[in-house]
Design a protein around this ligand. Structure first.
Ligand code: ADP
Ligand code: MG
Length: 332
């Protein structure tokens, strides 16, 4: 029997209902993260990454699909099924300023998180706070400070410590390095990797920054307009992407390739379309550098959705004309 995935999503769809109607922010997403491994999730702003994260922790309710943690169904609709959610899966947010209560000291904040699901006496709570600070490489010297007395990097470490206080099976990091300087960012990423080795949690690492994702991820999933367009082991994705969208994303990150921009890959044009009315066929076709607007014979891209059943394959791309694998062109 295959070992149960640390985290798995099957055909998960999440809609936001706003004043101008419904937006399908996550549209039939399936992905699997083996236990103790990290999946990086990348994509431009607005592609649905945070909505997906919120669905996994139970802050948003999918209108379709299933989510499992350690092979067990996660987050049913009964209150009893949802009670364990926060404990199993923890989310560290993008913005270090809103993640922590500005009036609470680090000690209070960590003690509160540690005692959220189990009753702890004062001494065990104090010990747990010390352990957590040690885990994230901070001394107990900062325990009596409030968030504004900490640097951005320290705040994110405290936020990670808070998330780890309940010993979660899955940690979701949503843009946690975005607000940090490069050197601070590198240290935080190294810390996450080290923590994962020691504690064994499964991680979903979300970022629009491919360079950051590369450092921590075993595999990467690329999201575009609510869909996963390509998934591959990290090195395969970086060195041999199949989807034109992935190729344009990569070409925009100079540090990921040694020489100048790879020939034939123009920078990505335009904005992410409005998810309330996504393009027909392949959702990327209006911006695609090798799609119907650029090449004759590719009209199928505007007509037929390239979503495919890719379960169980380590590298797959939802594209009618992928760069890597040789496939016969589909009938129009
Ligand atoms: N609370 C909300 N209400 C309505 N629409 C939302 C809400 N949150 C996000 N959206 C919309 O859902 C889409 C995906 O957003 P989000 O999940 O934040 O993407 P990302 O994290 O990749 O930037 C966007 O079009 C965004 O405008
Ligand atoms: Mg986001």
């Amino acid at each position: 029997m295959r070992e149960a995935a640390g985290l798995a999503l099957y055909d998960v769809t999440v809609r936001h209902h706003g004043p101008f109607g419904a937006v399908t922010a996550v549209d039939g997403v399936s992905l699997e993260v083996p236990r103790g491994k990290t999946l990086g999730l990348v994509g431009e702003s607005g592609s649905g990454k945070s909505t997906l994260a919120r669905a996994v922790v139970g802050l948003a309710t999918p209108c379709a699909g299933r989510i499992t943690v350690g092979g067990r169904e996660h987050g049913g609709r009964r209150p009893a099924d949802r009670r364990g959610l926060g404990r199993q899966v923890q989310l560290v947010f993008q913005d270090p300023d809103t993640a922590l209560d500005p009036r609470m000291t680090v000690r209070q904040s960590l003690a509160e998180a540690a005692g959220a699901f189990v009753r702890l006496d004062r001494r065990s709570r104090e010990r747990r706070v010390g352990e957590l600070l040690e885990l994230v490489g901070l001394g107990t010297g900062i325990a009596d400070r409030v968030p504004r007395q900490l640097s951005g990097g320290q705040r994110q470490r405290v936020a990670v410590a808070r998330a780890l206080a309940v010993d979660p099976a899955v940690l979701i990091a949503d843009e946690i390095t975005s607000a940090l300087d490069v050197s601070v960012r590198a240290a935080l990423l190294a810390m996450l990797r080290d923590l994962q080795r020691r504690l064994g949690f499964t991680m979903l690492f979300i970022s629009h920054d491919l360079a950051a994702v590369r450092h921590v991820s075993d595999a990467v999933a690329v999201m575009y307009l609510g869909r996963i367009v390509e998934t591959a082991p990290t090195e395969n994705l970086l060195h041999g992407p199949w989807h034109p969208y992935t190729r344009t994303l990569l070409s925009a990150v100079p540090s990921l390739h040694a020489g100048p921009r790879p020939v034939g890959v123009p920078p990505i044009a335009g904005e992410v379309p409005d998810p309330a009315s996504p393009p027909t066929g392949c959702r990327f076709h209006p911006r695609c550098p090798v799609g119907p607007h650029r090449r004759a014979g590719r009209e199928v891209c505007a007509v037929r959705d390239p979503q495919e059943d890719a379960a169980g394959r380590p590298h797959h791309a939802a594209c009618h004309f992928p760069w890597g694998p040789v496939r016969p062109a589909p009938a129009p």
